[in-house]
Design a protein around this ligand. Structure first.
Ligand code: SF4
Ligand code: SF4
Length: 85
């Protein structure tokens, strides 16, 4: 019988994909950020946190980033780029 994936094996797979894709990394310019939280809303792996007080996004977990590009496409201020590491 095939072994069912666990949350830990799924996380391990995710990190493996992330490592493969990490030829690209996020470059974030907080000076352009106007705090609309699109990045926070679209990131599938939770790399962004809203700093509501200062109305600026915080990119806090580059280890999890799979370079999907969703935040880059959604940011209305062009505050986020994906560039070769
Ligand atoms: S590129 Fe994708 S995974 Fe990486 S921070 Fe942006 S939305 Fe999240
Ligand atoms: S989508 Fe762009 S402007 Fe909006 S919070 Fe994220 S980085 Fe800032």
């Amino acid at each position: 019988m095939e072994k069912q994936p666990t949350i830990w094996s799924a996380l391990g797979q995710h990190l493996e994909i992330a490592r493969t894709l990490r030829g690209l990394e996020i470059r974030f310019n907080p000076e352009r950020c106007t705090g609309v939280w699109e990045c926070y809303a679209v990131c599938p792996v939770g790399c962004w946190t809203p700093d509501y007080k200062n109305r600026v996004a915080i990119f806090h977990d580059g280890e999890l980033c799979i370079a999907c590009g969703a935040c880059v496409l959604q940011c209305p201020e062009n505050a986020i780029e994906l560039k070769p590491a």
